[in-house]
Design a protein around this ligand. Sequence first.
Ligand code: ADP
Ligand code: MG
Length: 212
Amino acid sequence: MSNQGDRPQTAGPDDGPQPPFPLKLDGKVIKGFGRGSSELGIPTANIPISGLSVGGHEDVDSGVYYGWAGLSPSKATHQRPPHAQSDKYSHLSSGLQETLSGIAKDDAELEKGAVYPMCMSIGWNPFYKNTVRSVEVHIMHHFETDFYGSHMNLSILGFIRKELDYVSKEKLIEDIKTDIEVSGRSLAREPYAKLRRDPYLLEFEGKGEVAS
Ligand code: ADP
Ligand code: MG
């Protein structure tokens, strides 16, 4: 099985995302089952999507992806803007945390919202007999407050891995931590880092509840 040592350090080509990436998907953050924080210590913001389609594509594999997440302005984004580093975020090595928060240094846009590095999973929702997919986004940042009800615009830039079998909780957490580190290193590459400035990420007007 994989671990930090035998998994690739980055995912996707160094010179930038290849089609179908960037894959764009947006929706409102809804309540899930509280599994992320309570069971794993890694919160995931759940976005409802309708049917099979992910960002207009029906052939997107289930698995783990990375990219940038734009969040509509809220108490959470104001208290903890993207450039605010924190010792409380322990899933990313400190050098990488510094690099990523440096990419994000842009106070001017805070009234429009905020863009953060993210790692996400696309899976099947067992509550709908696996006919509906679900998207769960972990933002690689420490927040003081929840942001349920916020709108989230996702620019998905690469694929990390397929879903692995759940061997044990400890193994799962270890794999997710590796995913987070791989996501961070992948996003720190200039062709990926510059896509943080895609205006789409901060466009929230007239967007609905369910992902488009
Ligand atoms: P739920 O099952 O309701 O999704 P989680 O335990 O997965 O509950 O926690 C997710 C919620 O926690 C998000 O909807 C968001 O409001 C909040 N949250 C706080 N920090 C983060 C983070 N770094 N990434 C994602 N969500 C976070
Ligand atoms: Mg969740």
